[in-house]
Design a protein around this ligand. Structure first.
Ligand SMILES: *Cc1c(COP(=O)(O)O)cnc(C)c1O
Length: 354
């Protein structure tokens, strides 16, 4: 039976990426060697990581604009402290839109003054605050562009002179965006870019070197920029998997064309959530995510029937995060529209059965 993978992360990757990645584990480009047994300093791997950095800048339209792309380890979670280490001299601002922002705030507080300039915590993060003042004395303002757990997504980037940092772990490469509004953004690979194990960091070079503290080399962006993401051994498989996904995105017509498909998929699902009297959406409509759709049954006693219908249709990974409950359909770039169709069919089947 075909499985429809709605997992929030690690999550679905394009079928051809999975095939190419597993071929490369067996043998990389007729070299007689596996991708995971060659030196990271070999010509073959240097070409891979250079192409990956180049493509990341190309897809975000940042080539030649003073940005560097890095593939690091430690997950998006490491970026919470690493960004503060490198950029927080006095004061940083955060918009708190969920679990991941809350964790980023906690880490930054270890190194300086942190102010929460807005938060949607009081309504369990079901919306993105949009009316707030941004103090001009901040070293940076940190945003989370997509809240994986709560299913909200930032639609408009605030206009400000303050440097912007963003956690884009769950919506990187998912929509056309003016990425140049950000001085730094990062994304753990395993949501929308590749296998777990690497984190893409894109950074404007001229923001570095401005804090007075000593930075441990491994946490210093400059060390990684200088060494071309080869400060220490990079996670070779995750980098290669990310490269394959970025090539796939290019073949699909780039981020803009992927973004159009994502709108079609998410609208189709949200329309059913709104139409079907048995279901109710979690996030407020204006802030709904195109990547993670969160919804509940109006009557929880239907959950056994709905789960059974979903299971027999091959739907996997639909359970909501424990802090929201209900369901979460992660509909990342690689998820085909056909899988959304199947999910909508299941919702309609339940309606007919009840
Ligand atoms: C998953 C996720 C993280 C954490 O990523 P790790 O790579 O596991 O550290 C951080 N931010 C967002 C928005 C996420 O979705």
């Amino acid at each position: 039976m075909k499985i429809h993978n709605f997992s929030a992360g690690p999550s679905i990757l394009p079928t051809e990426v999975m095939h190419q990645a597993s071929e490369a584990v067996k043998e990389l480009n007729n070299s007689g060697l596996s991708l995971i047994e060659i030196s990271h300093r070999s010509k073959a791997f240097i070409e891979i990581i250079e192409e990956a950095c180049d493509l990341a800048l190309k897809l975000t339209n940042l080539k030649g604009k003073g940005y560097k792309a890095l593939f690091l380890q430690g997950g998006a979670s490491q970026q919470f402290i690493m960004s503060a280490y490198n950029l927080l001299e006095n004061k940083a601002g955060f918009v708190n839109t969920g679990t991941w922002s809350t964790k980023a705030i906690k880490e930054a507080k270890l190194l300086g003054e942190v102010i929460e300039i807005a938060s949607s915590k009081e309504t369990n993060f079901n919306y993105i605050p949009d009316s707030y003042q941004i103090p001009l004395d901040l070293n940076y303002l940190h945003l989370t562009t997509n809240n994986t757990i709560f299913g909200t997504q930032l639609k408009e980037i605030p206009n400000t002179k303050v440097p912007l940092i963003a956690d884009m772990s769950s919506d990187i490469f998912s929509r056309k965006f003016d990425y140049s509004k950000f001085d730094l953004f990062y994304a753990g690979a395993q949501k929308n870019m590749g296998p777990a194990g690497t984190t893409l960091v894109i950074i404007k070079e001229d923001i570095l070197g401005k804090v007075s503290r000593k930075i441990p080399s491994i946490l210093d962006y400059s060390s990684h920029v200088k060494s071309g993401s080869m400060f220490n051994t990079p996670p070779v498989f995750a980098v290669y998997g990310s490269l394959l996904t970025m090539r796939w995105i290019e073949e699909q017509g780039g981020v803009e064309s992927i973004g159009q498909k994502n709108i079609i998929k998410s609208e189709y699902l949200y329309n059913e959530i709104d139409r079907n009297p048995l279901f109710t959406g979690f996030a407020v409509k204006k802030d709904r995510s195109e990547m993670n759709a969160t919804f509940n049954l109006v009557n929880k006693s239907h959950s056994e029937s709905f789960d059974a219908i979903c299971e027999s249709a091959g739907i996997s990974g639909l359970k909501g995060h424990r802090s929201v409950g209900g369901y979460r359909a992660s509909i990342y770039n690689a998820l085909p529209k056909e899988s959304v169709d199947i999910l909508v069919d299941c919702m309609q089947n339940l309606e007919q059965k009840i």
